[in-house]
Design a protein around this ligand. Structure first.
Ligand SMILES: N[C@@H](CCC(=O)N[C@@H](CS)C(=O)NCC(=O)O)C(=O)O
Length: 206
């Protein structure tokens, strides 16, 4: 019998949502194991045995075999599907935007959202917000520039690069970002949300 993918993830996390969104697009069966990272469970030995880096999402792709890092999981699941481009240059473009997401986008937009939504209003980490907002706006500006010329991030067609960037961009308002000045980004968000199999961030996990 074929093994059903098991995803260890936190429903409210954009990194975990990326994996769920792709699995829904692919209509692939999967089991979702809800992990509340705030309890410290990802830093306990049982979880560290599965992912020594102590983070979700984590994909169990075969019994006892695990893959971490949201964008690596996207690549693994998308290969051979319409969500991973065919041409090598287009695959490289997808990777370019997935690395951009992890280095120039997620560390600012996701972290601002984390501080605003999960930490108490008087938390000392609020002091980080001005810098996070400045850097996050730079990332949104780069996306805006690209999206004024192309409908999607790699090869002009919807791919895992869009899934990786959509996860935290559409929720940027929760981190204090105003998307109003980014018209091309907002139009792209609407295009992503009209893709077959799309599910919103807060849909009940299966
Ligand atoms: N680069 C990783 C980031 C994963 C990550 O930071 N996960 C957070 C939830 S969004 C987490 O597990 N935090 C728990 C912890 O750091 O203890 C990815 O893209 O998967």
């Amino acid at each position: 019998m074929k093994f059903t993918y098991r995803v260890y993830g936190m429903s409210d996390s954009g990194n975990c949502y990326k994996v769920r969104l792709l699995l829904e697009h692919l209509r692939a069966p999967y089991e979702w194991v809800e992990i509340d990272t705030r309890t410290g469970v990802t830093r306990q030995s049982e979880f560290l045995a599965m992912n020594p880096n102590g983070r979700v999402p984590l994909l169990e792709w075969a019994p006892g075999r695990y893959l971490a890092e949201s964008n690596a999981i996207l690549y693994y699941l998308a290969e051979g599907s319409a969500y991973w481009p065919d041409a090598s240059l287009h695959r490289a473009e997808a990777l370019q935007w997935m690395f951009f997401e992890q280095y120039s986008h997620e560390p600012y937009i996701a972290v601002a959202r984390f501080i605003c939504t999960l930490l108490p209003p008087d938390h000392v980490r609020r002091a980080e917000l001005p810098r996070l907002l400045e850097r996050g706006r730079q990332a949104l500006g780069v996306m805006e520039q690209h999206l004024t010329r192309q409908a999607f991030f790699a090869a002009g067609t919807y791919s895992v690069a869009d899934i990786a960037l959509y996860a935290y961009t559409h929720a940027a308002g929760e981190g204090g970002f105003d998307l109003a000045p980014y018209g091309a980004v907002r139009a792209w968000i609407a295009r992503v949300e009209s893709q077959p199999g799309f599910v919103p961030l807060r849909a009940a996990a299966t």
